[in-house]
Design a protein around this ligand. Structure first.
Ligand code: FEO
Length: 392
């Protein structure tokens, strides 16, 4: 891969992982990903912002060689997760004079996770600056995007923000700058949904803090560089707002068709009431797509059959995921069927304990659904429509 230039003194030297399929052994990566690193060449010192996943360390090393980087004075560690920090020991071996710059919490994480020494670090506080001669790096505390230690680095002379995961997207592309805005926004929304959404409240504070900075470019550590920061910042503002859309997300599992008949009826009932429905079969779902749908929806309806005495494991998995992602969804309902065991409804309720939702009455049917069940589902659709009536 080639070294790419943001300008003559700011170089992108990271790695592209075109064919990575899963992140955290959970999240599908339909567009691959990148681990972006940036070299900033000052008159007196050189800094490297973030490293790469160890699996792609050769790309970073080759790029540093291609860029003619003979000395690195500072390695800025914006985040301790290993897809950005895992290359640190390799860089320190090649550039032993380098000092790792980060905050105290990130330092603790890094010394826990990696073979690095206390002496390798200089700890910085929120707002502290380091001069590279004619370039100044300012370190901003932007926690919980998506770990508690996360930091953003602001290059004052060029008005470039390096926020690491924040504003990032799992997308590998050969161009340095965003070109296909819609594709990038979809990938960024998916990424936000997968790891940022639970921390919406903290992200609001981080966004507020960034209002005090003139930002001409955003160079995240996944995906492409934004030459128009408003593209991603406006999208984030919408995602983290309290506004929801007139949408129902409907994750479901059906074993012998009873629950599926209920799901199909509810889809039609909601559609007939001008409510957008997004159903997801949990046995074959792309978790990223489900997470993305949860960003905006006013209501979630979970549908499960009863397996043995409780929830179908795939439906419970979906419930646990929804609970972990903590979307801003305001309402929820449970529908499904059973043969002889009756713990499914309570089990799902117990696993939604982190959501701040009003629950509609459940619709649970013993055996095959009949007209009375369809009427109950129509009533559920009416109730959802009523709750959604003030949503634009
Ligand atoms: Fe891209 Fe949280 O690491």
């Amino acid at each position: 891969m080639a070294v790419q230039k943001l300008n003559s003194k700011v170089l992108s030297v990271g790695a592209k992982h075109w064919d990575r399929e899963l992140f955290d052994e959970l999240i599908p990566l339909p567009d691959g990903t990148t681990y972006n690193s940036y070299i900033i060449e000052g008159k007196e010192s050189t800094a490297l912002i973030d490293t790469v996943d160890p699996e792609t360390i050769d790309q970073l090393m080759e790029n540093l060689d291609e860029a003619g980087v003979e000395q690195i004075d500072y390695i800025i560690a914006n985040h301790a997760e290993q897809d950005h920090s895992g290359g640190l020991p390799y860089i320190l071996e090649e550039y032993p004079e380098a000092t790792i710059i980060t905050n105290s919490k990130c330092k603790r994480f890094l010394t826990d996770l990696l073979p690095v020494e206390e002496d390798d670090f200089k700890v910085v506080e929120d707002g502290e600056e380091i001069s590279l001669g004619d370039k100044t790096l300012e370190f901003l505390k932007t926690p919980w995007v998506h770990w508690p230690e996360t930091l953003s680095t602001y290059l004052q002379e060029d008005n470039i923000l390096f926020p690491c995961d924040f504003f990032g997207a799992h997308i590998a592309a050969s161009k340095l700058y965003v070109q296909d805005e819609q594709r990038v926004l979809e990938a960024a929304k998916r990424y936000y949904a997968e790891i940022m959404m639970p921390f919406r409240g903290q992200i609001k504070k981080n966004m507020k803090k960034l209002e005090g900075y003139e930002i001409d470019e955003i160079a995240p550590s996944h995906g492409q560089v934004y030459s128009d920061p408003s593209l991603i910042m406006d999208a984030y503002s919408e995602w983290i707002s309290d506004d929801v859309k007139n949408e129902v997300v409907l994750p479901y599992v059906s074993m012998h068709g009873s629950t599926k008949k209920m799901v199909d009826h509810l889809i039609d009932a909601l559609t007939n009431r001008d409510i957008v429905v997004k159903p997801f079969n949990l046995t074959k779902v792309d978790l990223g797509e489900l997470a993305k749908a949860l960003v905006d929806a006013a209501t979630i309806v979970l549908a499960s059959p009863t397996m043995l005495t409780g929830t179908h494991p795939e439906a419970l998995y979906g419930t646990v995921l929804v609970n972990a992602l903590r979307p801003k969804t305001k309402y929820a309902a449970i529908i499904g069927s059973y043969g002889w065991g009756g713990k499914m409804e309570q089990e799902i309720k117990d696993h939604l304990n982190r959501l701040n939702v009003d629950l509609f009455s459940s619709v649970i049917k013993k055996g095959h659904p009949d007209e009375s069940v369809f009427e109950e589902l129509d009533q559920l659709a009416d109730s959802i429509k009523d709750k959604h009536k003030d949503i634009n």
